[in-house]
Design a protein around this ligand. Structure first.
Ligand code: PMT
Length: 222
């Protein structure tokens, strides 16, 4: 058994993609598999934390001693996060939340119209879940975000650290297909205050273990 250095701490995580319905049979989503978030949940529980994992649709089994809540859309994920935020010491947002959803979900299957070569969907912005958590006034948890970027990685990550009011951000270079979305390995550069640390490429469980150590150190220092 690993050292129980997270004993007594409650951790809330989001993982996976969200699924934004267009009509009863179609949706918009992304390539997140949930593996990174599930690895973090597994490691945190093994190290003694009380873990709640809110996940979009994924094909993964629930790690031991983890309370799992399944959701579909960003709005459902937001509702579940708000309902489970009380008493959390640490919040980690690994979910790839859709920034936009279709403004009105069609009640019936959209039909192909003869002669109509274009179909326009109007998208509206989803709530920013981690931004909400970063800005809560009372009993705010220690907040860690992820940033999946394909360019200007450091700049975009640092921008999210500030605007979403996070304590730490983990930048994920997803221009490389062997790490990040849906792969079994990952590499991260973590930023906080005026510091940074690099976690080199390794299986997501190993990256999760290193990241949890980094988080615990900063949590106690804050
Ligand atoms: O699931 P895997 O296949 O293992 O892949 C892991 C991963 C690549 C999905 C993960 O490591 C990762 O980088 N997750 C963040 C994905 C992302 O695109 O984040 P973002 O840059 O859109 O958002 C930044 C932060 O805000 C994230 O912590 C995100 O959870 C949060 N967010 C974003 C939008 C929104 N509406 N609500 C949010 O909470």
């Amino acid at each position: 058994n690993p050292i129980q250095d997270f004993a007594g701490l409650s951790i809330l995580l989001t993982a996976g993609p969200t699924r934004e319905s267009i009509d009863p049979v179609r949706y918009i989503t992304n390539h997140s598999s949930g593996k990174m978030g599930f690895a973090l949940a597994e490691i945190a529980a093994k190290r003694g934390a009380t873990v709640t994992l809110i996940t979009g649709p994924v094909n993964l089994s629930t790690p031991d001693r983890v309370k799992r809540i399944d959701v579909q859309s960003a709005e459902e994920m937001f509702t579940a996060v708000k309902a489970n935020l009380d008493g959390q010491d640490i919040f980690i947002g690994t979910a790839a939340v859709a920034d936009y959803r279709v403004d009105t979900i069609s009640q019936q299957k959209l039909k192909k119209q003869p002669g109509q070569s274009m179909l326009n969907l109007t998208l509206v912005q989803n709530p920013d879940i981690i931004r909400y958590v970063g800005h809560v006034a009372q009993n705010r948890p220690f907040v860690i975000g992820f940033a999946a970027e394909t360019e200007n990685i450091q700049q975009y990550a640092l921008n999210k650290l500030v605007t979403k009011k996070l304590d730490m951000i983990c930048a994920n270079d997803v221009s490389q297909s062997h790490i990040g979305f849906n792969s079994d390995e990952n590499a991260l550069t973590v930023y906080w205050d005026n510091s940074q640390a690099h976690i080199p490429i390794a299986p997501k469980q190993a990256v999760a273990n290193e990241l949890m150590t980094l988080i615990l150190r900063q949590f106690h220092a804050s």
